[in-house]
Design a protein around this ligand. Sequence first.
Ligand code: WQD
Length: 337
Amino acid sequence: MNKNILVTGCTGYIGSHTTVELLESGYNVIGIDNFSNSRKSVLTQIQKITNQDLVFYEGDILDGDLLETVFSENQIDAVIDFAAFKAVGESVAKPVEYYINNISTLLNLLQYMQKHTVKKIIFSSSATVYGDQASMPIDETAKTGETTNPYGTSKLFAEKILQDLYFANKDWNIAILRYFNPVGAHPSALIGEEPSGKPANLMPIIINVALEKFEKVTIYGDDYDTIDGTGVRDYIHVVDLAKAHVKSLDKIIKENGGLDIYNLGTGNPQSVLELIKAFQIANDIKIKYEVGARRPGDVAMAYANPAKAEKELNWQAELDVEAMCKDAYQFAIKNLV
Ligand code: WQD
């Protein structure tokens, strides 16, 4: 009997790609989304890619009546929680909205999971919880807590809530997945990254330059102590990231209790300049850029040691930076022009 998985934020960037991989791996999906940072048409695209249907409820995770309906109408075996705001800069300007949307939603969800005896959850966290780390690559034992913005702090608080929950209930299965820098799109070009409002992340900005919506990329500083002075990150293809969620789910479905944290990255550091150059080569296009001032809150380097996920989840990122750049651009020219 196929397991039923509740996916909150199922039409978002990571949520939609994970829903595709779940359906293609034989799981049934019950999705919830309020379309605050996504479009209803993503549901149709998911069905086109997978040729499968999912049960869907429109609404907000803060709505207790909705959650009561969802848990009462479906036999849910596990939950994957993507529903959150994720723009670092916006979080600095709107801290209350970020803590409500990223913390209160999780607490509401956990309340209804407890009520309906659903004790398996995968939580979408972020490498931002590590703040500025002295040594690279970053593994899961690295110190957390030095977050520099409400988005990162909301993820840190959420992780603490889950750790306290597990401390009190050892029969829960909890997986905390810390994403590094997700980029790219599904190779079908039917789903991808569609940031609402002005994009802040590097790849969407490169895409906007490629689409001639922006004139150039401003590189935020080239005087860091890195290979070429520009910021270094661990860019991971969103399809690889989605597949890691399926592997994590396979593991918690089999287990009877546990809390694990995994860094999801490729382990391959890429600088801003290297990503821009890779994008130009992959798509045979010129991307104009200039060097500007550092962005407050940025760290010089952040890339993962993915060894724990590779070993315990039997997962490894397979798609390279060329695929990330090609897939991101193909989605953009077919959907964002
Ligand atoms: C990457 C690099 C910038 C824009 C954040 C969140 C993280 C995740 C991804 C949700 C840095 C440089 C960027 C530009 C630039 N979010 N840059 N010019 O800050 O590493 O991570 O987004 O999952 O949790 O913390 O990503 O893409 O903003 O920046 O030079 O116009 O690109 O300085 O070195 P970041 P980013």
